[in-house]
Design a protein around this ligand. Structure first.
Ligand code: S3P
Length: 172
């Protein structure tokens, strides 16, 4: 089974996902790294050299390349659920978990983050605050389709895995 961890950039999907996987003895994967492996370039370079549309194509393809026979926690990119029919695909194939934060928390976390994020490159603080507020509002149309919605500030990896694994559809 695959647990798909979704949420805005900077919400802590990789950190939480790694902990969820280790609690359950599962493998952890990060979709951005899988894309980088598949393409041979960094996410930053793919956006700069080939554009977002191309990135979204490889993202959708890489998402579908994972074998559901394995037990995996997958940290998705912030935009993964919002393109193609990725959200419907993930809801069909596994369990989706939305790690939810408010825009102010996301701004705070992203303004301190070291990871290079092509969509935020060169933004001034006010511009970034507006971008987060507007984009989160749009993206929640998809994020809110997740089977589990978790408060990012209270997320407990062990408890989340316990709940997922005891939920009847995933515990036949
Ligand atoms: C993106 C988020 C990034 C990465 C790419 C696009 C987005 O992943 O996939 O830069 O559209 O929000 P993180 O959410 O892990 O930063």
């Amino acid at each position: 089974m695959i647990v798909y961890l979704i949420g805005f950039m900077g919400s802590g999907k990789s950190t939480l996902g790694r902990r969820m996987a280790s609690r359950a003895g599962w493998r952890f994967k990060d979709l951005d790294y899988l894309i980088e492996d598949a393409d041979g370039r960094s996410v930053q370079d793919i956006f700069q050299q080939s554009g977002e549309e191309y990135f979204r194509k490889i993202e959708a393809r890489t998402l579908r390349s994972l074998k559901t026979a394995d037990n995996i926690v997958l940290a998705c990119g912030g935009g993964t659920p919002c393109d193609k029919d990725n959200m419907a695909f993930m809801n069909r194939e596994g369990v989706t978990v939305y790690l939810k934060h408010d825009p102010a928390t996301l701004y705070h976390r992203l303004s301190k983050a070291k990871k290079l994020r092509p969509l935020l490159a060169g933004m001034h603080p006010d511009e970034m605050k507006d971008y987060i507020r507007i984009t989160l509002d749009e993206r929640e149309n998809w994020y809110n389709k997740a089977q589990f919605i978790i408060d990012g500030l209270k997320a407990d990896p062990g408890k989340i895995m316990d709940i997922i694994l005891s939920y009847p559809p995933y515990n036949p």
